[in-house]
Ligand binder design. Structure first.
Ligand code: CP
Length: 330
């Protein structure tokens, strides 16, 4: 049978090719969500939208043939690791996967030497590491772009990109929404990155958490400096009925030094059908996942549960990001 020619940039609308050829992300490290302004964010979303079209139509688009992505994870991951790998492969590129337990990290190799090494083999390094600031440190030693895939309790910028994209896709806009962030706001890096992007929009922000897991002061100070108002609560019942988005987070057991404190707060909030009966009919529940017990499985069948769709949006956003960081003259 005749082979099918791979789909290439000629299959993309010229407006998207122009964006890719003038990429504001080209060869930049992606370390923090606040590196990029609202216009750059919307450039990313335009390309992500086209990636969705291409994947739904053809499964793949050969933009990065010949490029290699190194993926180095010092901490466990399912979504970030797999979606970056799948994104690279759907763009025609290839992937080298490494982890902290089977690499020379166990022999004592430093982060600096590890990223120097990966930069000899790949065109870009996706890095997850337990220490806040580690991605910024890695960028100083890497001759290829570093993408921060989560640095401890610091940031997770690509999760924030896909979270805002999810809100736009699900609700049509971000402006004017009431967005409630729930759970472990102290240790949840995804919410630290997300609020920095939400600061570009006109939103009402509610932070709901146990007192001991409140949003860090430095994040709140940044929001206040940017003129963004927020309210803090301990009881979800106070805000569930007004929320357009409830963004649920897992209590991060791995960040606790005192496990009795974890046991005390781990079940502070549970989203179940009873709680959902108090929410608007048009709203979404999001979660970066993995979840433990904070959303009961019965909620999965509610159309307002957007967390599985959120994972799929992540594939398109990461495809867009890889093409924008690595591509040039298509
Ligand atoms: N959302 C997220 O970062 O999930 P993983 O830890 O599975 O990558």
């Amino acid at each position: 049978p005749a082979s099918v020619a791979p789909h290439t940039v000629k299959d993309m609308p010229p407006v998207i090719t122009r964006i890719l050829n003038n990429s504001p992300f080209y060869h930049r490290h992606i370390l923090s969500s606040k590196q990029f302004d609202r216009q750059e964010l919307h450039t990313l979303f335009s390309v992500a939208h086209e990636m969705r079209t291409q994947v739904e139509r053809n499964g793949s688009i050969d933009l990065l043939r010949g490029k290699v992505m190194c993926s180095m994870f010092y901490e466990p991951s399912t979504r970030t690791s797999c979606s970056f790998s799948a994104a690279m492969m759907r763009l025609g590129g290839t992937v080298v996967n490494v982890d902290g337990s089977s690499s020379s990290v166990v022999k004592g190799e430093t982060l600096a030497d590890t990223v120097r090494t990966l930069g000899c083999y790949g065109d870009l390094t996706v890095l997850r590491h337990p220490d806040p600031g580690s991605a910024t440190t890695a960028a100083k030693f890497s001759k290829v772009p570093i993408i921060n895939a989560g640095d401890g309790i610091g940031e997770h910028p690509t999760q924030a990109f896909l979270d805002v994209y999810t809100i736009r896709e699900e609700l049509g806009t971000v402006n004017g929404l009431t967005i409630t962030l729930l759970g472990d706001l102290k240790n949840g890096r995804t919410v630290h990155s997300l609020v920095k992007l939400l600061a570009y929009y006109h939103v009402t922000l509610n932070f709901v958490s146990p007192i001991s897991l409140r949003m860090p002061e430095e994040v709140k100070t940044e929001l206040t400096s940017a003129g963004i108002a927020f309210n803090e609560y301990t009881d979800l019942n106070e805000v569930i009925g007004d929320s357009d988005v409830v963004y649920v987070t897992r209590v991060q057991k791995e960040r606790f030094t005192d496990l009795s404190e974890y046991e005390r707060v781990k079940s502070a909030y549970v989203i179940n059908n009873k709680m959902m009966s108090k929410a608007k009919t048009q709203m979404v529940v999001m979660h970066p996942l993995p979840r433990v017990s904070e959303i009961e499985p019965e909620v999965d069948f509610d159309q307002r549960a957007a967390y599985f769709r959120q994972m799929r949006y992540g594939l398109y956003v990461r495809m867009a990001l890889l093409a924008l960081v690595l591509g040039k003259s298509f």
